[in-house]
Structures are given as structure tokens and as C-alpha cells.
Design a protein around this ligand. Structure first.
Ligand code: ATP
Length: 233
């Protein structure tokens, strides 16, 4: 479904991603793990064309991804960014509608909204409240809900557990699993390695811009030296 081949990207002289190749197959949850600064966010930014790559190719369903981020969204790839980046001065409903911006079919928008409300009843309860008044966990739900408003084929989540209480983290991870069961593919960037491995089909470990290991959760969890060296666990 998604194939990233030999991707490199830099911020001026800082090479953030070097020669990275990853794949996400249909209906997979794939985790990208690694310490701060490993290049995980940069990789996601390149996939959604929010950042220009310097080398390599990104293929989605066999075709090169477009240069404009909104064209990437039209293909069915959405990003739930690190720090959620919801619109704090818009209501919950307006935030969700912002996610549906590219969908011109009103009935489809309505249907998607109902699906999001069914997945996150709290968002329906709070639909007229400003995003800024939600708790961290509710804001994360809103960010995921917003990304679901165009029925993505691939959803990329950047650090969805960051700053959330353990009980909320468990809820968010359950929701990610339920998205997989509806047929959505998931690319999950996480520092919470054990939580991410518990729900992933495969994972890549990044360090200083490079992939240093790939495997199933079982394979990676067996390698305690690897986990300690790259994930500090
Ligand atoms: P984190 O979990 O802290 O977000 P990460 O694995 O997502 O880490 P990136 O944010 O992709 O890593 O950063 C990779 C490298 O690029 C780091 O060395 C970082 O300092 C650098 N970097 C990231 N964003 C910028 C930027 N806007 N300008 C310059 N350098 C940047």
C-alpha cells in the first residue's frame, strides 16, 4: 500500500532522514520507534508532502505521491500530528468539519461525522465546545476524529500517547486497533515502545535518521540489547 524507498530529507545542513525504506501493507499497523530526534516526524512529514524529500521515492498504491499535501489527503492519507494541533478557538464540530474540507459530498460528510461521533461519543457531547476547553485525551480524540473525516485508507499518528494519563493512552490504543479492524492501515510513531509493539504487526526502529532494525513485535521484544540501546527500555 505505502512504499517508501531510500528516502532522505534534510533541514538545511541537518540530515534528518537518511536512506530510509519502509512499507505498510493493507490493514497493517506498523510502528516507527526510536528516541527523540531519530527522524520519525520528518519521515511522516515527507510522506504527506508537508516537507520535501531530498532523495528517494514514496509510492502509495503503486503510484508516486503528489507534491501538494492536499493532493496526498485526496489519495486517502491523513496525519494526526504530534501535539494534536487542533484549532483551539473553533468548536469540536468545526474542527471535525475542517477535516472534511476536501470532501464535497454533503451526505458523505454527514455519514463520516456520525461514524466519528459513534467512535468518540464524548465529541458528540462536546460538539459545541471550543477545542481549547477539551482535556488532552479529548483533544487527541478530536485530532484522530478530524483525520477520519475523509475516510482515510492510511492514517499516520505521530506520538498519540504523548502527555496523556495511562488510562487514556489505553483508550487511544484500543481505538487505533478498532480502526485497523475497519480496514484502515496505520503508521504509528511512538516513544511508548511496549504499548506500540503490543498492537503492531511490524515495527521499524530508527536511530539518527536511519532504520536500524525491522521486525515483528515478537522478534524485537526478544532483543533486549536492541531495546535498551535504541529505546532506552
Ligand atoms: P521527536 O520525537 O523529538 O519529534 P523525531 O524522531 O520525530 O523526534 P524529528 O523531529 O524528525 O525526530 O527530527 C529529526 C532531526 O531533525 C533532529 O536532529 C531534529 O533536531 C531535526 N529537526 C527537526 N525539525 C527541524 C526543523 N524544523 N529545523 C531544523 N532541524 C529540525
Amino acid at each position: 500500500m505505502l512504499k517508501v524507498e531510500n528516502l532522505s530529507a534534510a533541514y538545511g545542513a541537518i540530515k534528518a532522514v537518511s536512506n530510509v525504506s519502509i512499507e505498510v501493507k493493507p490493514k497493517e499497523i506498523v510502528a516507527i520507534l526510536g528516541a527523540n530526534g531519530a527522524g520519525k516526524t520528518t519521515l511522516l512529514k515527507c510522506i504527506c508532502s508537508a516537507m520535501r524529500k531530498s532523495e528517494g521515492s514514496i509510492l502509495f498504491e503503486g503510484k508516486k505521491t503528489p507534491d501538494k499535501p492536499y493532493d496526498v489527503v485526496k489519495l486517502g492519507i491523513t496525519l494526526v500530528p504530534e501535539g494534536r494541533l487542533i484549532f483551539t478557538n473553533l468548536t469540536v464540530y468545526e474542527n471535525l468539519m475542517a477535516g472534511a474540507y476536501l470532501c464535497k459530498d454533503k451526505n458523505e460528510v454527514k455519514e463520516n461525522l456520525e461514524k466519528v461521533y459513534a467512535l468518540f461519543p464524548i465529541l458528540k457531547e462536546r460538539k459545541n465546545q471550543y477545542g481549547g476547553y477539551l482535556s488532552g485525551g479529548e483533544q487527541q480524540m478530536l485530532a484522530i476524529g478530524r483525520a477520519l473525516m475523509i475516510r482515510p485508507k492510511l492514517i499516520m499518528l505521530d506520538e498519540p500517547s504523548l502527555g496523556l494519563a495511562p488510562i487514556i493512552v489505553s483508550q487511544i490504543f484500543q481505538i487505533i486497533q478498532s480502526l485497523q479492524s475497519t480496514g484502515t492501515s496505520i503508521l504509528l510513531v511512538e516513544q511508548n515502545a511496549y504499548k506500540a509493539l503490543a498492537i503492531s504487526n511490524r515495527a521499524y526502529i530508527m536511530n539518527v535518521g536511519k532504520i536500524v532494525k525491522e521486525g515483528t513485535p515478537e522478534e524485537l521484544l526478544k532483543d533486549s540489547a536492541l531495546l535498551e540501546a535504541y529505546l532506552g527500555t
